[in-house]
Write a protein that binds this ligand. Structure first.
Ligand SMILES: Nc1ncnc2c1ncn2[C@@H]1O[C@H](COP(=O)(O)OP(=O)(O)OP(=O)(O)O)[C@@H](O)[C@H]1O
Ligand SMILES: [Mg+2]
Length: 251
C-alpha cells in the first residue's frame, strides 16, 4: 500500500513527485474545464488548490475509506468549507461565516460521509495540528471500565508535550448522541456532556479545540445533553451541515 504522505505529495506537489508528472494536452484541457466549473460553484481560493484537493480526496478515499469512494458534486461546498477552515483561508472563512478560532461540528443524516471526511482531512494536517478521532460510544465504554478518570482524560488532562511545549490535544468526537446516559455506581452520568462542558472551560482558558460529528439536529442535541451543552457547542464549534436530503453513501 502506498504511504499516505506519498499520495498527498503526488497530488498536491505534482512537480516534485517521483511519479510520472507528464500531463497530456487533453488532460490539461480537462483540468481547465474542471477549474471553470469550480469557479461557477464559488469554491475559489488563493490558498487552497481545490481541484488538487479533490484529487487527493478521491485517491486517499479509495485507499483508506472504500474502493467506491468518490467526491460527490453536491458535497463540494461542504468540503470547501472544511478546507477553508483547516487551511486557515481567512478571506473565505469570513465569506462563509467560519470562525478559525473555533472547532468544527459536522452534522448530517446517517451515512452521508461525516466520519470519512474527518478521517481524510486529518491526513492533510501537520502532525501538530492533527486531531484524534474517538467515537463517543467508545468513550462511554471506556467510562464504564475506568470510571470518572475518563472524563479528565478527554478534557482537563488532554495535553501533550511537543517540542518542549505543553499543547492541548484536539479531539474529534465521532457520532455524538449515539451513546446514552450511564449509571456508574448508582450515579447517572452523561459522559460526553461532562467532557464537552469541561472542554468548553478549557477552550476558554487554554484554547483547547474540539471537533465532532453528529446526526443530531440542534434541538436533539439539547434533548440529549441539555441546553448548557448546546449553547457551549455553538460557542466552541462552527457548524458545517450536510443537507437533510444528503444521501446515505452506504447504500
Ligand atoms: N464520498 C463517498 N463515496 C463513496 N462512499 C462513501 C463516501 N463517503 C463515505 N462513503 C461510505 O459510506 C459509508 C458511510 O460513511 P461515513 O461513515 O463516513 O458516514 P457518516 O455520515 O459518518 O455515517 P453515520 O451517521 O452513520 O456515522 C461508509 O461505508 C463509507 O465507506
Ligand atoms: Mg459517522
Amino acid at each position: 500500500m502506498q504511504k499516505i504522505s506519498e499520495t498527498i505529495n503526488q497530488v498536491l506537489n505534482p512537480e516534485t513527485s517521483t511519479q510520472e508528472p507528464a500531463k497530456t494536452m487533453a488532460s490539461r484541457s480537462k483540468a481547465s474545464v474542471a477549474k471553470d466549473r469550480l469557479k461557477q460553484e464559488g469554491v475559489q481560493s488563493n490558498i487552497i488548490q481545490f481541484d488538487k484537493c479533490l484529487e487527493f480526496f478521491e485517491k486517499a478515499g479509495k485507499e483508506y475509506v472504500s474502493q467506491k469512494f468518490r467526491i460527490w458534486r453536491e458535497d463540494h461546498l461542504i468540503l470547501f468549507k472544511l478546507l477553508v477552515y483547516f487551511y486557515r483561508d481567512e478571506v473565505n472563512a469570513e465569506k462563509h461565516g467560519i470562525d478559525l478560532h473555533k472547532g468544527i461540528l459536522i452534522t448530517g443524516p446517517v451515512g452521508c460521509g461525516k466520519t470519512s471526511l474527518m478521517t481524510l482531512l486529518r491526513f492533510m494536517l501537520a502532525p501538530k495540528e492533527q486531531y484524534i478521532i474517538k467515537s463517543a460510544r467508545d468513550i462511554t465504554l471506556e467510562f464504564i471500565q475506568d470510571g470518572y478518570s475518563t472524563i479528565n482524560k478527554y478534557s482537563k488532562a488532554a495535553f501533550q508535550q511537543t517540542g518542549g511545549e505543553l499543547i492541548s490535544k484536539a479531539y474529534c468526537f465521532d457520532d455524538l448522541g449515539v451513546e446514552s446516559n450511564i449509571k456508574y455506581y448508582g450515579n447517572e452520568t452523561n459522559v460526553m456532556a461532562e467532557i464537552l462542558l469541561s472542554r468548553y472551560d478549557m477552550f476558554i482558558s487554554r484554547h483547547m479545540l474540539t471537533h465532532a460529528t453528529t446526526n443530531l439536529s440542534a434541538s436533539e442535541i439539547e434533548n440529549c445533553y441539555g441546553n448548557r451543552v448546546r449553547s457551549r457547542l455553538r460557542e466552541m464549534m462552527n457548524v458545517i451541515a450536510f443537507g437533510k436530503e444528503a444521501k446515505d453513501k452506504r447504500v
